[in-house]
Design a protein around this ligand. Sequence first.
Ligand code: PBG
Ligand code: ZN
Length: 309
Amino acid sequence: MQAKDRYAKLLFDSGLRKEHLVCPLFVSERKQKTVSAMPGMNVTPATRVVEQVSSIRQAGLSSIIIFGIPKDRNKNGSEAYDRNGVVQRAVREIKGSFGKSINLITDVCLCQYNLTGHCGLLVNGSVDNDKSIELLAKIAASHAEAGSDVVAPSAMMDGQVRAIRHALGKDAKILSYSAKHSSSLYAPFRSAAFAKQGVINKSSYQVSFSNPRQALREIESDIKEGADIVMVKPGLAYLDLIRAAKDNFSVPLAVQNVSGEYTMIKAAGKRGWIDEEQWKVLSIASMKRAGADLIISYFALDVAGYLAE
Ligand code: PBG
Ligand code: ZN
């Protein structure tokens, strides 16, 4: 059997289908087209989103998550909630062209937009949770107003889901990055969005790998606050929590196969030290097996190539 058919069968047997995959899209107003720490990953200029989404549709995928990269940062990160911000415009264009045939998810955070690179607003050197959730609710409302189907708060601020639910009513679904672990595996993503702030310590609001009970408590409280979908992130090092979340809660469960997981496989694969294709396939399969209903992965397009309609 050809490698392609073999992987297709292995993925099918693991229960993976195209509808489980979510394709990330970096939409940028800057000139930069590639991500230095993510070989093979492109940044889509704001003017070309429709083209890019069209090729994702052609690969048979219908869920996308947008990460915005604004032209400039400022103190409060105000482009994040600007009606004409990069994400809001991209959402209007995508929805205008593809309507309901695309399930559009938008990442809701401040860290690509403010000067510090932190997910919340810093007041006297530390994150002010309550001021931050006000801003996050404003961002989410502006995404929903532009036509986003699902807003996905990734800031890990306490009460962010409740604040967003309150601001939105029933206008959009909420996918909460509930158990987002503090990790250097997000550094490649940050190289796409910030350049300078690759190393930044978010451990005061993200979860520690040593505290699985807290991760489950975060999921539980997000569901109580009104989350429609919850998330565990990263994937590979947290397969036990994916299984625990799947067994303990009934809302759909998303997993983000993060930038560093992509980069590790790419980097070792490029040198011929591991079999890149095998690791791409088996790592996604492991997340499905562990219980993920949705998998956000920079490998989504590659993996879709192995799956039937
Ligand atoms: C924004 C956000 C990040 C990621 C998703 N949304 C960066 C961070 O929290 O520092 C990470 C995604 C990845 O590494 O693939 N808060
Ligand atoms: Zn953030």
